[in-house]
Ligand binder design. Structure first.
Ligand code: FNR
Length: 364
């Protein structure tokens, strides 16, 4: 583990360690997995225009997200069922995020509850919300998150139905029987049906998730909580404007790690459209394919206020528990700091659009 020099190396280790069903669930994208590859490939269409002879003896990576000061603009995206990766699951992720001074987002489908994650100690945490049909349960869950000290709700808006992840269908994916979706424990919603002929998760989503979810519900959510709401899963200018009108505190440009609608653009390709439409009124974040510090820099140069990482957390958790996740955060921190130094940027404010040139820019 000491020899690991980049974030991607954890995937190969995780693949060896994890049962095939679990690895496939974590790694897969939807259908042809075109967007999955594109989330990574698109970063290679953005090159640097580094500035030289800037005194970079001091570099400040800190930033503020929704008023909370964090050590770097790299945060943890919500990913479901982390105890399949490691017995410590979400506990380990929460501790690693805290140690790194950054934000962890806990999934609604965590194998640890909001209370359990809060019990790991201090830390700035967001709660990712899937709105299920039973609004009383949603209301209770949001209030529990608020009471447990979570600081924002990341409302996932790209999952009225589950994307077709073919490996999960072939594997008849289901949650191992010793685990439960802890936030719903005792509500008859904590178990995935393992008798399905499909992906167990697809069946679960089809029966439990509220497909009627719409913009009015973003307003409804604000009547049940005073927490700021991040709309997670925006890819267009049109929806950016609607999110602002609906009272969102921020936007996460996300294609759900390419697991929902295949052939949507890479998030880094959609970012500028959203940033322009947001007109600086609310912060815009990005997730999808971030594997290098240079990716973080590119996202910030194109207007993101910060990024979230998904799979690297799961794979490093599988390989080495809390220490693995810590190392992933450290590697990305160090790589990002290096990219800043080599581009001549001493603070996040100094990262500008002129530090990158994209394939879609006109020749300068
Ligand atoms: C996810 N993602 C996700 N999103 C969400 O809102 N709620 C969830 O429960 C999950 N669960 C989940 C499980 C797994 C295995 C993956 C890979 C992803 C999506 C996640 O928050 C994020 O958008 C992507 O993972 C970001 O892309 P990368 O970093 O994985 O490329």
């Amino acid at each position: 583990m000491d020899l690991i020099t980049n974030v991607c190396e954890y995937e190969a280790i995780a693949k060896q360690i994890l049962p095939k069903m679990v690895y496939d669930y974590y790694a897969s994208g939807a259908e042809d997995q075109w967007t999955l590859k594109e989330n990574r490939n698109a970063f290679s269409r953005i090159l640097f225009r580094p500035r030289i002879l800037v005194d970079v003896s001091r570099i400040d990576l800190t930033t503020t997200v929704l008023g909370f000061k964090i050590s770097m603009p790299i945060m943890i995206a919500p990913t479901a069922m982390q105890k399949m990766a490691h017995p410590e699951g979400e506990y380990a992720t929460a501790r690693a995020a805290s140690a790194a001074g950054t934000i962890m987002t806990l999934s609604s489908w965590g194998t640890s509850s909001v209370e359990e994650v809060a019990s790991t100690g201090p830390g700035i945490r967001f709660f990712q919300l899937y709105v299920i049909k039973n609004r009383n349960v949603v209301t209770q869950l949001v209030r529990r998150a608020e009471k447990a000290g979570f600081k924002a709700i990341a409302l996932t808006v790209d999952t009225p139905l589950l994307g077709r992840r073919e490996a999960d269908i072939k594997n008849r994916f289901t949650l191992p029987s010793h685990l439960v979706l802890k936030n719903f424990e005792g509500l008859d919603l904590g178990k995935l049906d393992d008798k399905t002929n499909d992906s167990g998760l697809a069946t679960y989503v089809a029966s439990e998730i509220d497909r009627s979810l719409n913009w009015k519900d973003v307003k409804w959510l604000q009547t049940i909580t005073s927490l700021p709401i991040l709309v997670k899963g925006v890819l267009t200018a049109e929806d950016t404007k609607m999110a602002i009108e609906a009272g969102a505190a921020g936007i996460i440009v996300s294609n759900h790690g390419a697991r929902q609608l295949d052939y949507v653009p890479a998030t880094i390709m959609a970012l500028e459209e959203v940033v322009k439409a947001a007109q600086g009124k609310i912060p815009v974040f990005l997730d999808g394919g971030i594997r290098r510090g240079t990716d973080v820099f590119k996202a910030l140069a194109l207007g993101a206020s910060g990024v979230f990482i998904g799979r690297p957390v799961l794979f490093s958790l599988a390989a080495n528990g809390e220490a693995g996740v810590r190392k992933v955060l450290q590697i990305l921190h160090d790589e990002f700091e290096l990219a800043m130094a080599l581009c001549g940027c001493r603070s996040l404010k100094e990262i500008t659009r002129d530090h990158v040139v994209t394939e879609w820019d006109r020749p300068r």
